[in-house]
Design a protein around this ligand. Sequence first.
Ligand SMILES: Nc1ncnc2c1ncn2[C@@H]1O[C@H](COP(=O)(O)OP(=O)(O)OP(=O)(O)O)[C@@H](O)[C@H]1O
Length: 215
Amino acid sequence: MMKISVKDVTREIKGNIILNNINLEFESGKIYCLCGHNGSGKTMLLRAIAGLIRIDQGEISIDHKILHKDMDYPPEMGLIIETPSFFKYYTGMENLLYLAEIRDKISKQDIIETLKRVGLDPHDQRTVAKYSLGMKQRLAIAQAIMEKPDLILLDEPTNALDQDAIIQFKNIITEEKRRNACIIIATHNQQDIDELFDEKIYLNSGKVERVEKND
Ligand SMILES: Nc1ncnc2c1ncn2[C@@H]1O[C@H](COP(=O)(O)OP(=O)(O)OP(=O)(O)O)[C@@H](O)[C@H]1O
């Protein structure tokens, strides 16, 4: 059972407090929603948990190991933050094969299966330059889940997805939850996937305004 603790986390940029004394806990086997309007701090909080930005005060730990002290990044993490950049002149399959080489954890067959899960054809010879926005988003979801990480952080994952893709996405995150992943999704389209959340965390001006648990 993995546990993430965000304790008294504050981050300032140029005199603006972007994250204001955030205290939250996340655990495996649950799906969390970070909700709030534009600029409320959802992406910054995801970046902080991912180890992609430094924080000015407080600490973030994963299973009691402190980020930026005991480790640089969460050890097993799948991520979509803003528009992912793929190689335009590679196919979807080639992009994922390239990314999978970094950790050398999964096989070509695993990638084929992941592409099918997100509704992309593994044998599609088109390059990413010819993909629609929704296809790129499906590929981004595929790269985030393909290695079966313990922690999945998704910023606006349903952007550009059509209704069929949203249904597939819901099935995927339900399966990932069953596999015991901890899934944190930042979105303002929460109605797309509302019934799946175990907890909704409302951010406002960098603060946690309220938390709703779905028991
Ligand atoms: N590089 C930066 N320099 C200065 N301020 C920044 C920077 N990046 C983000 N901010 C500010 O931090 C605040 C939080 O931004 P963040 O991207 O986390 O919001 P968000 O809730 O994800 O919004 P959205 O729904 O628009 O994605 C905003 O006020 C934004 O202007």
